[in-house]
Design a protein around this ligand. Structure first.
Ligand code: RIB
Ligand code: CA
Length: 320
């Protein structure tokens, strides 16, 4: 059973990722070791409250802890206009209390010590990952399976002309992590691939049906409607890009994908190019590779995988 730690900023697509992971947990395919949250779509404490709400509804008792309150070197920017006033679209649930400083890192430390095959999935800004590099350098180096959603690599951004949101919110964290990655490197799911995974009203209706009698099923319409409206206002159609759910499927190898070994760098200090990520695909920099960049994923398989996981969960509900 694959041990999984997710560091996220729910956030609407993060919420779908948590639902998927909860389903695999109940199916015995993974063990959710812990959930930590980073500030991005909303504050870290609100994201933790949102994550706790999802996991409580789905009877997952894994620890959920807020991570660092925000970037070290730039002001925190959140995006209520994208994910709703408190990150769950039109739904609002209480924020989590601030945990003791570093409590979240103890979950990461324990996860690395107990599970040499731990999969760490990061679907928000890299603030916590960079902080862990400073506070627990040996454990950071031992992180062997790290998958990140972030970056618009050699591709147009969704936050500035060249930057993707997660890397833009905390560009210094992203630059630090790719400047000194864990020994096994990082698998990067960047915007060019993740934005291909879309949910629209018809697919949402099917998802709610597939979730059957699970208590989260009846909540998703209010959560996703806000995200549909945001994408429609951006001229991207009345649908939603569910980046983080695809990232989890790639991290777990539950959908086919292609990747390549390369060197990624992230710009942190340039006002215009803040958060821009580049892959040295032709080896101009003569620097060692630090990432496996995902270049393609089977989107039809991803839709089928979501159906498989949710239908199987519903068939076993209520799980004991
Ligand atoms: O740019 C997309 C990423 O930013 C996703 O992780 C989404 O949840 C937001 O955090
Ligand atoms: Ca996210």
């Amino acid at each position: 059973m694959t041990p999984v730690l997710i560091d996220c900023d729910p956030g609407i697509d993060d919420t779908l990722a948590l639902i998927y992971l909860a389903a695999l947990h109940h199916l015995g395919e993974i063990e959710i070791v812990g959930v930590t949250t980073t500030a991005g779509n909303t504050t870290a404490t609100q994201a933790a409250g949102n994550a706790r709400w999802v996991l409580d509804l789905l009877l997952i008792d894994a620890p959920v802890l807020p991570g660092r309150p925000g970037p070290r070197h730039v002001e925190l920017t959140t995006t209520p206009e994208t994910h709703g006033p408190t990150g769950l679209g039109y739904l609002e649930v209480p924020a989590a209390p601030e945990g003791p400083e570093g409590e979240w890192a103890a979950v990461w430390e324990g996860g690395v010590d107990k599970h040499p095959d731990l999969k760490l999935i990061v679907t928000g800004p890299l603030t916590n990952l960079a902080a862990f590099r400073h506070s627990h350098p040996e454990h950071y180096a031992r992180l062997r399976r790290v998958t990140v959603m972030g970056g618009a690599v050699n591709y147009r951004g969704n936050t500035t002309p060249t930057a993707e949101w997660n890397f833009w919110v905390d560009p210094h964290a992203a630059a630090e992590v790719f400047g000194d990655p864990p020994a096994a490197g990082i698998r990067l799911c960047s915007l060019e691939v993740t934005e291909q995974f879309l949910i629209d009203p018809a697919r949402l209706t099917r998802l709610v049906q597939d979730l059957g009698g699970t208590p989260i099923a009846g909540e998703l319409a209010d959560v996703l409607r806000f995200y549909f409206e945001f994408h429609h206002a951006q001229g991207e159609g009345y649908q939603a890009q569910i980046h983080d759910l695809l990232t989890c499927m790639i991290a777990l190898g539950t959908v086919p994908y292609e990747d390549l070994s390369t060197t990624i760098a992230v710009e942190a200090d340039s006002p215009l190019m803040r958060g821009t990520s580049v892959a040295d695909l032709r080896g101009h920099w003569h620097r060692s590779h630090n990432a496996r960049l995902v270049t393609a994923a089977d989107i039809d398989a991803a839709h089928a995988e979501l159906t498989r996981a949710t239908r199987t969960l519903a068939a076993r509900w209520p799980v004991r």
